[in-house]
Design a protein around this ligand. Structure first.
Ligand SMILES: Cc1cc2nc3c(=O)[nH]c(=O)nc-3n(C[C@H](O)[C@H](O)[C@H](O)COP(=O)(O)OP(=O)(O)OC[C@H]3O[C@@H](n4cnc5c(N)ncnc54)[C@H](O)[C@@H]3O)c2cc1C
Length: 423
């Protein structure tokens, strides 16, 4: 078994991706080369701004090349909680925006010719307990009444075999609008599009500090200094301490994935006849799907830390996978890897401007589509083509204790494990 990312082995960073030296001056410096940064750069180039995307590792290295590839409706925070907190009008706007974010991914890959196996497979939330299933019917009605959304359907336990060849679930909640894609093909395709549109891509260069100047910012990086009129921090779960109030509003959480060898076609049909995206109803949820080449991808969190041993992680994840799919007991696991989610205390994405620096982050493991549209919108804000985004309207909770996540995350983790037992 390899402890490297399967997606980037299957589709490595293109050797012909044009990488530039650090320029001296640009209109906008985008820090981070995932979906957020690349969509922002694309929007900025379409508006005629000069742009550099600066990445501390290689282009697309972060969560955007190592995720589950599920482009899901909604936000990480459940919609009833969103509506309760912000009111139904803003809640409805967030929901509509989330649907638009998947359309935006679909449009971008069509316009830029990105071949990333995008497919509207739909997703299913699987009930881990009978009490979770009991809530699904009510949820379908709530989505109809409050959000005017009619694409949810309850799948009873007796019908579940039409959707999944798994043990131990009490039913499902199907949403047909969600999609699956190949994350590495998507992020590298975006990078090629961004370069084609004339943005500069800089690798192995880390932002270390920045200061205000008369015309904008002076950025100090590991590869030299540059001037930029504006800066966008698109670093999500890898956000550095460079802009302190931003680090105070986001903490990293580790998410871990394994994939198996490619499965025989009849076993693929048995496990996932419609190739849906799946996740379950626990706090410490598992998410899984077939990859385009027919492997089982199985992911989740062990506790919330980012530095677990990947061999140990694979053993635990495989044991959980075999509980769900006993058919996979003797199928070898080929890859085990992890990546950082960026989580805010309110589980909401956030965007705006702090100390003059623009930012967009906080997708909490639900960012394939959201980061894509929020990145584009922040690019448009920076280009003066829109005044704001929906996510800039809400309060972004921050605390000086946030960077000390190693101290408080074990407690949070224990709390959620307890909740999974009792609720
Ligand atoms: C294992 C895993 C599974 C996931 N599965 C799903 C899923 O199935 N569906 C879903 O919707 N979401 C999923 N997510 C979340 C999703 O991948 C992210 O929300 C999304 O990719 C965030 O994109 P981004 O561009 O904001 O950040 P990233 O892609 O993480 O990019 C940030 C980049 O910033 C760079 N950076 C940081 N600091 C600096 C610096 N000082 N200087 C220069 N560069 C810097 C990093 O190296 C990194 O490449 C998953 C995430 C993980 C980790």
């Amino acid at each position: 078994m390899k402890t490297t990312v399967y997606w980037t082995e299957d589709f490595p960073r293109p050797a012909d991706l044009p990488i530039s030296p650090l320029p001296e001056t640009v209109d906008v410096a985008v820090i981070g080369s995932g979906y957020t940064g690349l969509h922002a750069a694309l929007a900025l180039r379409k508006a005629g701004a000069s742009v550099v995307v600066i990445e501390q590792r290689t282009i697309g290295w972060g969560a955007s090349s190592r995720n589950g590839g599920m482009a899901l409706t909604g936000l990480k925070e459940e919609m009833p909680a969103v509506c309760k907190r912000y009111g139904e009008e803003l809640g409805r706007a967030f929901w509509e925006w989330s649907l638009e974010s998947i359309d935006h991914v679909e449009r971008t890959i069509a316009e830029e010719g990105i071949d990333c196996a995008f497919e509207r497979t739909g997703h299913i939330l699987l009930a881990f307990k009978p009490s979770h299933f009991a809530r699904f019917g009510e949820e379908v009605r709530w989505f109809h009444d409050v959000l005017g959304y009619d694409e949810l359907a309850v799948v009873s336990r007796s019908e579940l075999h039409n959707e999944i060849g798994a043990q131990g679930y009490y039913g499902g909640l199907l949403d047909t609008r969600s999609a699956g894609l190949h994350p590495a093909r998507y992020v590298f395709g975006l990078a090629q599009a961004v370069a084609r549109h004339g943005a500069l891509l800089v690798e192995h260069t880390s932002l270390k500090a920045l200061s205000r100047t008369r015309l904008g910012f002076r950025l100090v990086t590991s590869g030299g200094e540059l001037n930029a009129r504006e800066v966008l921090l698109a670093t999500n779960g890898y956000t550095p301490d460079v802009v302190k109030p931003l680090r105070d509003g986001i903490f990293p959480v580790g998410s871990y994935i394994i994939v198996t060898e490619p499965l025989p076609a009849d076993l693929q049909r048995e496990l996932s006849p419609r190739r849906r995206m799946f996740f379950d109803s626990k706090h410490f949820l598992n998410y899984f799907r077939l990859t385009p080449d027919g492997r089982m991808l199985f992911g989740g969190r062990h506790d919330l830390s980012t530095s677990l041993d990947l061999v140990e992680s694979a053993q635990k994840m495989q044991a959980r996978m075999v509980e769900v799919f006993p058919q996979l007991a003797s199928v070898p696991v080929t890859h085990s890897w992890s990546g950082n989610l960026g989580v805010a205390f309110d589980l909401m994405p956030h965007a705006g401007r702090v100390q003059g620096v623009h930012y967009a982050l906080g997708y909490a493991g639900h960012g394939v589509a959201i980061a894509s549209l929020l990145g584009k919108e922040m690019g448009e804000v920076l280009a003066g083509r829109r005044t704001s985004t929906l996510f800039a309207q809400i309060n972004h909770p921050r605390s000086p204790i946030t960077p000390y996540d190693r101290l408080y995350l074990p407690l949070v983790s224990a709390y959620f494990r307890l909740l999974d037992q009792v609720s």
